[in-house]
Design a protein around this ligand. Structure first.
Ligand code: HXC
Ligand code: NAP
Length: 302
């Protein structure tokens, strides 16, 4: 069915490829659905995390956006406040360092008094064959993605959620569902997070904490998309094998995160929501294209 035949109310939302706020935004959810909530978003200064922060703020939420690069989160916070009128506190932290997370959460609590939602979005990834991966390269991705998710979840649970409940959304990936070339490090790191989601949902459910994974497919306008050769793939029409025939956009991921964080998902915990246009079911491992992309990156670094 061509886009022209779809009523405008059912068309995918618009997006912009840069880390800027949307110029036009059409509401689908109740604009007050997260009114007066506070969300802590790791990696909220760029890409998917930035758009999640924006969409949450457009729905009444205040945010804390935290990552290593303070300048990046500071500039992002200014844009988010200007576009939404909500409060946004930028903080510097490395999710691999629990004391830094504790200090950041303490500062956030001084500013907002409570935190209701945690989005574990920070991650590191690059293309690399398993045989070329150094021991430290693999450890680095596991440290950021898997341990970083646990570290931040544990700090938020102990400092906030144990007392009054909360919601955690872990941003994962479908890489490990079937095995993906040059992605063993990220695939295993995210698979561990999906399993963590289930364990924590079981243990923390009685404390009224809901935890779910959200697994995006290829999402345009992101660092992940660029690093994994998304633009070239788009030009080479690799998306013709995706059931929905296109890459997704950041607003589509943010809307799914909003659903999971909101009372609309009040009985949803311990599960994974895949938001990939059906991609993982059908997409092939384009070995030569993926190896070419990697070889080009390696040459650039030499
Ligand atoms: C092979 C690499 C590498 C690369 C780094 N390393 N880049 N190995 N190929 N391209 C190795 C280094 O040589 C080093 O090992 C080890 O990894 C640590 O590197 P550092 O640069 O010291 O690490 P650090 O400064 O902590 O940076 C982490 C990082 C970096 C992951 C390497 O790229 C980063 O900060 N990324 C954040 C942004 C990002 O990745 N965004 C995309 C997320 S998208 P040695 O042995 O030399 O010490 C995503 C998509 C998922 O996750 C699914 C998509 C479908
Ligand atoms: P991105 O913009 O690079 O987002 C990653 C963010 O994490 C950055 O803001 C980065 O900021 C932060 N970060 C990285 N390491 C950190 C650390 N050690 N401590 C704290 N913050 C750290 O990439 P993205 O593509 O939007 O990815 C966002 C999420 O979506 C990731 O979890 C990724 O795995 C997932 N995902 C993306 C795609 C896609 O197509 N893009 C597909 C599947 C899954 P600093 O550099 O300032 O620290």
């Amino acid at each position: 069915m061509s886009q022209l035949q779809i009523p405008s109310s059912l068309r995918p939302p618009q997006d912009v490829d840069t880390d800027d706020c949307l110029q036009d935004y059409k509401y689908h959810f109740n604009p007050s659905i997260l009114k007066d909530c506070v969300a802590f978003i790791t990696g909220g200064g760029s890409g998917i995390g930035f758009r999640i922060a924006e969409i949450f703020m457009r729905h009444g939420c205040h945010t804390i956006i935290a990552s290593r690069n303070f300048q990046r989160v500071s500039e992002a916070a200014k844009k988010l406040v200007a576009a939404t009128g909500q409060r946004c506190l930028p903080l510097s932290l490395d999710v691999r360092q629990p004391p830094a997370i504790m200090a950041a959460v303490d500062e956030a609590l001084r500013e907002f008094e409570r935190i209701d939602i945690l989005i574990n979005n920070a991650a590191g990834n690059f293309l690399c064959p398993a045989s070329a991966l150094s021991f430290n390269a693999y450890k680095t991705v596991i440290d950021i993605d898997t341990l970083g998710t646990f570290n931040t979840s544990k700090v938020l649970f102990e400092k906030c959620f144990r007392d009054h409940g909360g919601v955690i959304v872990n941003i994962t990936a479908t890489l490990g569902y079937r095995g993906r070339a040059l992605q063993m490090h990220a695939g295993t790191a995210k698979a561990a997070v999906d399993t963590m989601t289930k364990h924590l949902a079981v243990e923390w459910g009685p404390s009224n904490v809901r935890i779910n994974s959200l697994a995006p497919g290829p999402i345009s306008g992101t660092e992940g998309f660029r690093r994994l050769g998304g633009l070239e793939a788009e030009e080479a029409a690799h998306f013709s094998t995706v059931p929905l025939q296109r890459a997704g956009n950041k607003t589509e991921i943010a809307h799914s995160a909003l659903y999971l964080a909101s009372p609309l998902a009040s009985y949803v915990t311990g599960t994974s929501l895949v938001v990939d246009g059906g991609s993982w079911l059908t997409s092939a491992n384009h070995f030569s294209a993926i190896f070419d992309q990697w070889a080009t990156e390696v040459k650039k670094d030499e």
